[in-house]
Ligand binder design. Structure first.
Ligand SMILES: *Cc1c(COP(=O)(O)O)cnc(C)c1O
Length: 375
């Protein structure tokens, strides 16, 4: 069996252990400490736009806290991009609210502005309380930020920007993770940088950040004893984990460059196959190319290709199954135009890690060429 090629595996810089060692030596082995504040300040510096960042246990916990801070509660509705990973939608349900799924457009595969406005008008006409909108920059491709945010503004509904897959991407020169009323980042094992597991919430004000940290550390009132007047959570990032994050920040830009180079290499290596289409960057959109994705002519071809790669010990994955198709969300309201269903049928994510060698990329490209040569 040839050695495994993964879809997106962790890629360390070598600096991580310096920060972790320092945490041990100074005994900051806790969900606070100099690595946590150092990592937050690195992220703030990177994102710009005078944002505040609180490091948390996961991207999912950051989404959950964003919804809590926006007052989303039982009986409310939250509009969510259907084409996403389930972690975008789950926290809506944690709050007892109902997710309303909106389909994608073809230029970025993200939330369709036309469908969004239709959905909003319909929910509001039905007397529903829509408390937030969650668009996603999927696979690192920025969503149509001007359109989405101007609709949100028109209806006075806050946006939680799911930037879990798009650290290092930008739109009109502004970094993804800085567009929303709140934004979230993820540092899970497969993301563009990883802390093994972790996430962050990005806020516009220091006081919003402090509220997020308060809720993330069990909502302890200031008193010598443990006192609570609100329900709290254990969502803070540990100082050890944040040390990994500080090390990873030193190579973020080079990881983006490498993932973009992977995408270009696939494009060149597969350009003569008529059956393969890539997602190009629309004007003003800069993608970190977290994952390189392709579209083929049919579900059968996509599955055939996936299995052919698997036989070569190469991991690939169908594009994310839209939430409106998930058994758990079948009863949720949805506004569809067929785009995300079609992408799920015909799309495949290719190995895209920043640690892939040329030899590994060539192996994937040859395996794909071979599949289309015989079929
Ligand atoms: C990974 C991911 C999340 C969740 O982040 P975790 O850190 O794994 O909790 C949320 N949304 C999207 C789009 C993701 O890819």
């Amino acid at each position: 069996m040839k050695p495994k090629i993964w879809l997106s595996s962790p890629h360390m810089s070598g600096e991580e252990q310096t920060y972790i060692k320092e945490a041990f030596e100074t005994n900051w082995v806790a969900p606070l400490g100099p690595n946590v504040s150092g990592f937050e300040s690195d992220l703030q510096h990177y994102l710009k736009q005078n944002k505040y960042v609180a490091a948390l246990a996961s991207g999912t916990s950051a989404l959950h806290l964003s919804l809590i801070l926006l007052g989303v509660t039982s009986g409310d509705e939250v509009i969510c991009q259907s084409k996403t990973f389930s972690a975008t939608a789950n926290p809506i349900v944690y709050q007892g609210a109902t997710p309303v799924f909106v389909d994608s457009e073809e230029d970025t595969w993200n939330m369709c502005p036309v469908q969004l406005e239709m959905a909003l008008q319909d929910r509001l006409a039905k007397g529903k309380s829509v408390k937030a909108i969650i668009p996603v920059h999927l696979y690192g491709m920025p969503y149509k930020a001007d359109e989405i945010h101007s609709i949100a503004k028109k209806y006075h509904i806050p946006v939680v920007e799911d930037s879990a897959e798009s650290l290092g991407s930008h739109y009109k020169g502004q970094n993804c993770g800085t567009f929303g009323d709140y934004a979230i980042l993820s540092f899970n094992g497969n993301k563009i940088i990883t802390t093994s597991g972790g996430g962050a919430i990005v806020t516009n004000t220091e006081s919003e950040k402090q509220k997020a940290v308060f809720l993330a550390t069990q909502a302890r009132d200031s008193a010598p004893h443990y006192q609570h007047s609100q329900i709290g959570y254990n969502y803070r990032m540990s100082n050890i984990v944040a040390g990994i994050g500080r090390g990873q920040m030193t190579i973020l830009d080079s990881h983006v460059a490498k993932r973009r180079a992977n995408h270009d290499q696939y494009k060149i290596g597969l350009q003569h196959i008529d059956n393969i289409a890539f997602l190009d960057e629309p004007k003003d959109h800069f993608s970190n190319r977290w994952l390189t994705t392709i579209l083929v002519d049919s579900k059968e071809t996509r599955e055939g290709l996936r299995l052919a790669l698997e036989a070569e010990n190469i991991e690939s994955r169908p594009l994310w199954k839209p939430m409106h198709q998930q058994p758990i969300f079948r009863k949720s309201p949805h506004y569809l135009n067929g785009v995300s269903d079609d992408l799920f049928d015909r799309g495949l994510c290719l190995p895209s890690g920043s640690n892939l060698t040329n030899k590994q990329l060539d192996r994937v490209i040859s395996a794909i060429n071979m599949y289309f040569a015989v079929c």
